[in-house]
Ligand binder design. Structure first.
Ligand code: HEC
Length: 185
């Protein structure tokens, strides 16, 4: 078998490390998988399904601590345990939210009953599974992967250009001529 270049080996190694890191995050996500209803609520929350009346998705202002949900906005409260405080009432509360930011967002784009029910189911799920979650884990992993990738690329660049010319091409001619000049003067 042809010998593999070191840089190629390093590159493959870096790819494998990255895959393992991502797998690790996925494996740790959630202590149980979502039911269909909860998954629909998640899609509404994240905005991967649009609300029927075009209201903004919750994630633009809120976040929940759950490895299966993207990191959300930091403008408003974290909703991870809002279900403990509001219970099923959260669904009705969403009909007429009492905070100005939400009132303006939804008074002309009200959520439908089906949407509010799915969101409540989703918030219950996040609340029920919160103990298995590790706060801002995704962020740390991304940060570490970023730093690792940065140094990996530096090493790769060093290896690929290891044989680069370190002196200018005309170095020889230049030193020959300057020697000749020195001899003359
Ligand atoms: C425009 C930004 C914005 C959007 C979009 C938004 N919210 Fe809010 N929400 C707020 C603000 C601001 C508060 C007030 C609490 C605070 O200061 O964080 C709040 C409060 C809440 C509360 C009460 C929290 C508590 O502990 O009393 C719930 C529940 C809630 N939002 C759910 C949602 C849901 C579900 C959605 C998506 C349908 C949503 N919000 C979309 C800004 C927003």
């Amino acid at each position: 078998m042809k010998k593999m270049a070191l840089s190629k080996k390093l590159f493959i190694g870096a790819c494998l490390t990255f895959i393992l890191l991502t797998q690790n995050v996925l494996a740790n996500s959630g202590s149980r998988s979502m039911t269909a209803g909860e998954a629909t609520g998640k899609q509404y929350f994240e905005g991967s399904i649009r609300f029927e009346n075009d209201g903004p998705s919750c994630i633009s202002c809120h976040s929940v601590n759950n490895a299966q949900v993207a990191n959300g906005g930091l403008y408003a409260k974290d909703l991870t345990d809002v279900y403990t405080r509001m219970g099923e009432g959260v669904s009705a509360w969403l009909m007429a939210p009492s905070f100005p930011a939400m009132m303006t967002s939804y008074q002309n784009n009200p959520l439908t009953e089906k949407e509010r029910k799915s969101l409540a189911e989703f918030l219950k799920y996040v609340n029920d599974t919160k103990s298995g979650q590790n706060a801002s884990k995704g962020y740390d992993t991304m940060l570490m992967a970023g730093i690792g990738g940065f140094f990996g690329i530096l090493v790769l660049i060093g290896l690929i250009w290891f044989k680069r010319k370190r002196n200018m091409v005309k170095e020889d001619i230049f030193s020959r001529q300057s020697k000749a000049w020195d001899a003359k003067h």
